[in-house]
Design a binder for this molecule. Structure first.
Ligand code: MOS
Length: 776
């Protein structure tokens, strides 16, 4: 478990001794005026009009452009690098390689593993070899071509199962196993299988999926003496600051990281990249700011992926639907370095359904491919692909409805965590019941079967459910709210809005507490120089972490404001309330003044409120739950699959903004359809070891034609006062976990063919269909 903790530091609720406590312990909101509404984004105009400034838009005086020379081989030793010609090219201001003394720094992976920033062994295609800064991007790219590198190519392996064979090329001293095999066991699995009426076993595989956010990875780096400022497209400015300071040996205070808007990350921008360090080193050498954004092709090779998983699951069930045993194994890969290739792949098996006897075993191996990074719900969609297809098969085997089988096995506490802590709420039952009802599950199932009698176009329905290991949020977080004398508000928060609507939700929290209109609330962009400490936005924890801190700060401002206004109104502060920019007497609403008229506020100029995120309840776990349902149409002659409709039920606690909530659902389902049907990283295992589809033409992400127009979001809004002072549990990741498995189950329902290896596309499905025809 140690490795998981290290890798998933950004999703953990780690109680930090001595962390400041919130001053207020408010009860749950009852009736809300703003929270829960369907409100457009506070920055919608900026985002859609193009006036929003993203880090990749940053332009500074005297700015140079950086570019990175990358190894063209899957595995090679760098014998020599000749940069003489490149250094004399027009516009070139700095060239660095592994031989440049200033660039002799270490780059950290997990488990304390380090390589040189420019290592003499390149263990994957695209590994960094040298870098250039020049006056224009074209000059920089031309200069890269003038660098002469002699490589000794080495044998490679890009298949994680082959990497375990005795004859496989060795990627690191000590062999191709990345860390210890992780084993988990509870109960007695053999006894559980003996008690079962039905035991099934199946192998599953999910392909590697790439993050490919719309905004590329990169930054602008600028030195001012020994102080470095970095404008970076990131999910967490403080995480980038920490990594840059560590690698360059700088005090944290000398590194300022500025976030601003950002165009997507999905986990691939939780940390600084090698490109961040390279930009800083080039800028220092050239004595000028350097902008270094990598190309689309480079993002496919070098800045992470959802790792592929090879899974085997054996499951036992009684006739009445009681699960008796689950035995799961996974071989995965984080690529060429320790990067968590199997992190959390077994978590659904361990904890989603009530089962006394569970065993899991995970083997992470090295291959010659780019290191993985956390990708929207790390490990979960992979494990879900196996578990949820198995549940479907078990249900069929015991002639029980798939929804009914899941309802038989609902947990109330976390079985896989030590001490079996209870969930604050377990909305799984509600998700399944309400979801099936709203989808018209029974009727759609019946109709699909009835229509099957004729024609080659078959309909099918499928469903899957999930929990997300994290969510919930937790300390630390600090925010500052300033209420100005005219009644407008500044919210200072160090968390990034990664495109999910964080700023909008936080403005709504301020508006709810202070009665200030949303349009009068200004939110600072994440910036280690000016905004307070926050953990990276990820793990579906941003709202549950930051919103309680914002609420605490707002309540502090409110208490101070009512004190000041009580003098003007001659009413005790406890008798006052805030509404629509006014301080009003609760007993006599005719008695009131506008915030801008509070005389002591005019004299003071500002009220400052500081808010903190308090610790979560001890011995309780805050996890979101979900279920998804879909209907597909399959052409059994061509293998074409059309997804007709999707429905997602989410128990994520309180809905803070119904519009941004629903949009997360639509985005998550789209991404899940990608995993199910279109996305696959293809590495040439025979001749080169290179990725052959590293562009948006050959690597298919779902388009508008691949996703249904009919997608319904159905929040299951259980009250959860134990989770935190807002009752929100986190949404961004559970929305994508069960999608792929639900599609696979629907395709099975339509065709009788179980596609156990992703992606399900006309090529893979028509092969399976013709195989079945041959077998008769
Ligand atoms: Mo995410 S993988 O928590 O950004």
């Amino acid at each position: 478990m140690k490795e998981e903790k290290e890798r998933l530091y950004y999703v953990q609720n780690i109680p930090v001794p001595g962390t400041p406590k919130p001053a207020h312990t408010p009860s749950a909101w009852k009736e809300t005026k703003v929270i829960g509404k369907r409100l457009p984004r506070v920055d919608a105009y900026e985002r859609v009009s193009g006036s929003a400034v993203y880090p990749s838009d940053t332009s500074l005086p005297d700015m140079l452009y950086g570019a990175i020379l990358r190894c063209p081989h899957a595995h090679a030793r760098v014998l020599s690098i000749d940069t003489h010609e490149a250094e004399r090219m027009p516009g070139v201001r700095a060239v660095i390689t592994g031989n440049t003394s200033e660039a002799n720094v270490d780059w950290p992976y997990l488990r304390g593993f380090k390589t040189k920033l420019f290592d003499s062994i390149c263990r994957h295609e695209g590994e960094e070899v040298a870098a250039v800064a020049a006056e224009t991007p074209y000059q920089a790219w031309d200069a890269l071509k003038a660098i002469k590198v002699k490589y000794e190519t080495l044998p490679f392996v890009v298949d994680e199962q082959k990497a375990l064979e005795a004859s496989a090329p060795i990627i690191h001293q000590g062999g191709n196993r990345s860390g210890e095999t992780q084993a988990y066991e509870r109960g007695n699995v053999e006894k559980g299988f003996a008690e079962a009426d039905m035991v099934l076993e199946e192998a599953y595989r999910t392909e590697s999926e790439l993050h490919t956010p719309a905004e590329l990875h990169g930054c602008v780096a600028k030195w001012d003496g020994d102080h470095l400022t970095v404008w970076e497209s990131t999910q967490g400015v403080y995480a980038v600051q920490a990594r840059v300071a560590e690698v360059l040996g700088l005090p944290l205070a000398n590194v300022r990281v500025i976030g601003h808007y950002m165009g997507g990350g999905f986990g691939s921008k939780l940390q600084a990249g090698k490109y961040t360090i390279i930009a800083a080193l080039l800028a220092r050498k050239a004595g000028q700011p350097v902008k270094l954004f990598i190309s689309r092709e480079e993002t496919f090779l070098c800045v992470g992926n959802r790792p592929p998983s090879n899974m085997r699951l054996k499951a036992g069930v009684k006739k009445d639907g009681t699960l008796t045993a689950l035995d799961f194994a996974c071989i995965g890969t984080g690529g060429a370095y320790p990067a968590g290739g199997t992190s959390l792949v077994d978590w659904q098996v361990r904890d989603l359904y009530k089962c006394p006897n569970v065993r899991t075993k995970m083997t992470d191996v090295y291959i010659n491919a780019g290191p993985s990074r956390p990708c929207r719900a790390p490990g979960h969609p992979q494990g879900s692909w196996a578990l949820e297809q198995m549940l479907d098969a078990l249900a069929e085997a015991i002639k029980m409805d798939p929804v009914e089988l899941r309802l038989k096995n609902i947990p109330t506490y976390s079985q896989a965590r030590e001490g079996n802590p209870s969930y604050t709420t377990t909305g799984l039952k509600e998700c399944l019941k309400e979801g099936a009802k709203a989808f018209g599950w029974e009727e759609a199932k019946r109709k699909a079967v009835e229509a099957r009698k004729s024609g080659h176009v078959r309909r099918g329905v499928g469903m899957a459910s999930c929990l997300w290991y994290a969510g919930g949020g937790g300390p630390p977080s600090t925010v500052i709210i300033k209420l100005f004398s005219d009644g407008s508000v500044n919210l200072n928060m160090g968390a990034s809005d990664i495109g999910t609507g964080t700023k909008t939700v936080m403005a709504m929290v301020v508006s709810e507490e202070l009665g200030v209109p949303i349009g009068k609330i200004r939110i600072e962009n994440a910036d280690t120089g000016t905004t307070q400490y926050a953990t990276p936005s990820g793990g579906s924890k941003t709202v549950p972490t930051e919103a309680p801190a914002v609420r605490d700060a707002a309540m502090s401002v409110k208490r101070q404001l009512l004190e000041l206004a009580s003098k003007d109104l001659k009413v005790d502060a406890v008798g006052l309330t805030l509404e629509e920019g006014k301080v009003l007497s609760k007993d006599d609403p005719s008695k009131g003044i506008r915030i801008a008229e509070v005389s002591d506020l005019k004299r003071r100029g500002v009220i400052v409120g500081i808010g903190y995120r308090g610790p979560n309840l001890e011995g309780k776990v805050v996890n979101p739950f979900a279920a998804q349902f879909c209907e597909v149409e399959v052409n059994t002659k061509t293998g074409e699959i059309k997804i007709l409709r999707f429905l997602s039920t989410n128990d994520s606690g309180r809905v803070m903004n119904r519009l941004t909530f629903d949009n997360q659902v639509f985005g998550g389902i789209t991404m899940g359809i990608g995993l199910a049907m279109t996305e696959v990283r293809i590495l040439d295992g025979n001749q080169t070891g290179k990725m052959v589809n590293r562009n948006w033409h050959d690597y298919k992400i779902p388009t508008a034609l691949d996703v249904p127009t009919e997608v319904e979001s159905l929040p299951i809004e259980l009250e959860d006062p134990e989770s935190n002072t807002t009752g929100a549990k986190g949404l961004g990741e559970p929305v994508t976990i069960p999608t792929a498995a639900a599609v696979a189950n629907a395709v099975y329902h339509a065709t009788g063919i179980r596609v156990t290896a992703s992606p399900i596309n006309p090529i893979t499905l028509s092969q399976l269909l013709s195989q079945r025809r041959k077998e008769g």
